[in-house]
Every structure is written in structure tokens, then in C-alpha cells.
Design a protein around this ligand. Structure first.
Ligand code: FUC
Length: 353
């Protein structure tokens, strides 16, 4: 008998189009599931140590939970682009030309705008090798869709390997100068019960975080993490850091912050982040080849319909990306994509139990 390793099933419909869930299962019974809509990473299933399985991600079993208007602003599991984070006033320059894109959060543009990669359907191809399984999602997005300059072809490849690791590769190419700073908005909760992330232990390869203004736009200043709740240089219980944030009266009520991280050298085993659930010992090491990591602890949003009880801190996003708002802070990097110069980025997760 040939083992079926790549399956697809119906996952409801959105805007009259069929949503399909693709599931890759490796030789150890670990699986990942991804949707053709928004490239949503719906599940990362691992053995729970009691004969069952647990989803390490915030996920739902029907597309409706993701697309119900209340939940859309959480971007659960979605591919975010063409750019992640905020661009002040929707304004940017590339090589001396100025561009203006619509605002979708106050006066600023967030997460690729109102109709970015997180709102698109993707064509899906699969590939099955000896040691890895892949889902290849492609779409071409143009000005008519998201108001950004140029037509950009984006290829998102999810790979599950036989060591239970997952890689997301983001590749972009364009026919005009435009932007490319994609990420995944997967939310993690490694517990198998109804716990929040307060019992998770976080370590970051980070010395600084960015100072933000009231609209969460970087001011350009870097602040030292040391001696603040932002210090995750050693394994730190999130509940303790969150409590410190609350004691300091941080309006957000938790983390929605941008850490400057050392881009990973995977060969040298330098993850940007390590997340562990203290109760179960489940652990994720996250590698990213970019200099920014947004840590978002879902502070106060009530999102029903997912596999975790709705409420504050029910899961957390770790968004590997180039530091946001680079057009106004060239020292943060360059997220321009130019014709003839395709770009690609990777995020990799290793799982340990
Ligand atoms: C993060 C945050 C935003 C937003 C989103 C869901 O990227 O920076 O504030 O709420 O996630």
C-alpha cells in the first residue's frame, strides 16, 4: 500500500470560491495544513504524548472563523504582504520616485493594505520527495488589486521535512519597482489544554526593540531591551513579562512590538526566537533570515471560532520580517523589489518535544 502523504479536502467557501485545505503528513505522523485562501497555515499537528495530536497553531476547522469581519483584523495564519507592518501615511520612495498607497489603519498602511496578499486566493501545486513534502502557492498581484505599483508574482512554498521541521519560503518578482516584505501571521499556542500563552517561555536573539509612536510607527530610535520587560535574551516566562507591561501601564496591555533580531544562521543554530510551553515541554525554534521580529500577544481581541478559548493572550504571533517602515528609515533595510532582481526570504521552524 502506498501511504497517502498529501491530501486535500473542502474547507467551505469564501466570496463564492471554494476554499481547499491541503494536508502534508510526514513519516512520523506530523502534519501541516494550509489553505488556498490567504495561504492560511491552519494546522501544525504533532503527537500530544497521550496518544492524540495537538495543533501548535491557532486554527479553525472552517474558513468562516477566519473571514468573519470581527476576526479578519487578526490575520490568523495568513500570508501577509506585499509588506508586513506599517508604512507611515502610505507614502514611500523607491530610487527617487514617490508612491502613495491608500491607508487602511488611520492614516497609515498596514500589512499590505486592505486587499493585499492576506486576501488572495492562490494556485496550489504539490511536490512529494523522499525526505520532504511541499505545497507551492502562487499568485500574481497587481495595482488593480492592492494599489501598489507593478505586477508582482509571489510564490510561497511550505515545506514539511522528516525531522518535523517546517520552512516557509517567500519568493517575489515584479515587472516594475515595488515592495516585498512578506511574512506569516501564524499564531502559536503550544499547550494542549485551554491555557493562554502566559506559561510559555520566550527567548529572543535580540538586544534592541524599536521605539514606536502612538500609531505604532517606528520613530527611528532603537531602545535597549536590558532591564525592561523586553529583555528575552534568556528564557523568560511570558506571563511575568506581560504582568510587568501591565504594571507599567502600557496601553496595548501586552506586546505588539518590533524586536531587532540577528538574522539567523541556521548552520550555526542561531534561532531568532525559541518558544516553549513550560507545562508540556513542547518547543519551537524559529529561524528567519531578516532583521525584524514582531511579537504580538493578541491583547484583548475576542476571536471566537478557533481552537483556543477567545480572549486576551490566547495565542501569539512571531512575525519574521525586515524592520517595518524602511522607506522612512533606510537604516532598517530595503524592502524594494526591482524588475530583474527577484528576492526570496525564508522562515524555518524546528519542533522539539
Ligand atoms: C501585528 C500588529 C498589529 C496588528 C496585527 C494583527 O502585526 O503589529 O497591530 O494588530 O498584528
Amino acid at each position: 500500500m502506498v501511504t497517502v502523504k498529501i491530501e486535500h479536502t473542502s474547507f467551505g467557501s469564501y466570496e463564492d470560491r471554494a476554499v481547499v485545505k491541503y494536508t502534508l503528513t510526514n513519516d512520523n505522523g506530523v502534519s501541516i495544513s494550509v489553505l488556498n485562501f490567504a495561504g492560511i497555515w491552519q494546522a501544525y499537528m504533532v503527537p500530544d504524548g497521550r496518544g492524540g495530536q495537538v495543533n501548535l497553531l491557532l486554527g479553525a476547522d472552517n474558513v468562516a472563523a477566519y473571514t468573519t469581519p470581527n476576526n479578519v483584523p487578526l490575520y490568523v495564519g495568513r500570508i501577509v504582504g506585499r509588506f508586513g507592518g506599517r508604512i507611515a501615511k502610505g507614502q514611500f520612495d523607491i530610487d527617487g520616485s514617490s508612491y502613495q498607497i491608500p491607508a487602511n489603519e488611520g492614516e497609515n498602511s498596514l500589512h499590505g493594505g486592505a486587499n493585499g496578499l492576506s486576501q488572495q486566493f492562490y494556485d496550489v501545486a504539490t511536490s512529494q520527495g523522499q525526505e520532504q513534502l511541499q505545497l507551492i502557492l502562487t499568485t500574481t498581484i497587481g495595482t488593480a488589486t492592492d494599489q501598489l505599483p507593478g505586477n508582482e508574482t509571489v510564490k510561497i512554498t511550505y515545506t514539511l521535512d522528516n525531522h518535523n521541521g517546517v520552512t516557509i519560503d517567500f519568493a517575489g518578482r515584479a515587472d516594475a519597482k515595488t515592495l516585498f516584505n512578506p511574512t506569516t501571521h501564524a499564531y502559536w499556542n503550544l499547550a494542549s489544554d485551554s491555557s493562554t500563552i502566559q506559561g510559555h517561555v520566550l527567548t529572543l536573539n535580540s538586544t534592541y526593540h524599536l521605539e514606536l509612536d502612538d500609531e505604532k510607527i517606528p520613530t527611528g530610535r532603537k531602545l535597549l531591551n536590558k532591564n525592561t520587560p523586553f529583555d528575552f535574551s534568556r528564557p523568560t516566562v511570558l506571563g511575568t513579562a506581560l504582568q510587568e507591561m501591565q504594571e507599567q501601564g502600557v496601553a496595548e496591555g501586552g506586546f505588539d512590538d518590533i524586536f531587532v533580531v540577528l538574522p539567523s544562521n541556521r548552520l550555526a543554530h542561531e534561532p531568532v526566537a525559541t518558544l516553549m510551553d513550560a507545562a508540556s515541554g513542547r518547543k519551537i525554534k524559529m529561524y528567519s533570515d531578516r532583521n525584524g521580529l514582531v511579537v504580538y500577544t493578541a491583547n484583548g481581541q475576542h476571536a471566537d471560532g478557533f481552537n483556543r478559548s477567545a480572549g486576551q493572550w490566547f495565542a501569539m504571533a512571531l512575525e519574521g520580517q525586515t524592520l517595518p517602515d524602511t522607506p522612512h528609515h533606510p537604516q532598517f533595510g530595503d524592502i524594494s523589489l526591482r524588475p530583474g532582481y527577484p528576492q526570496h526570504y525564508q522562515i524555518h521552524y524546528d519542533y522539539f518535544a
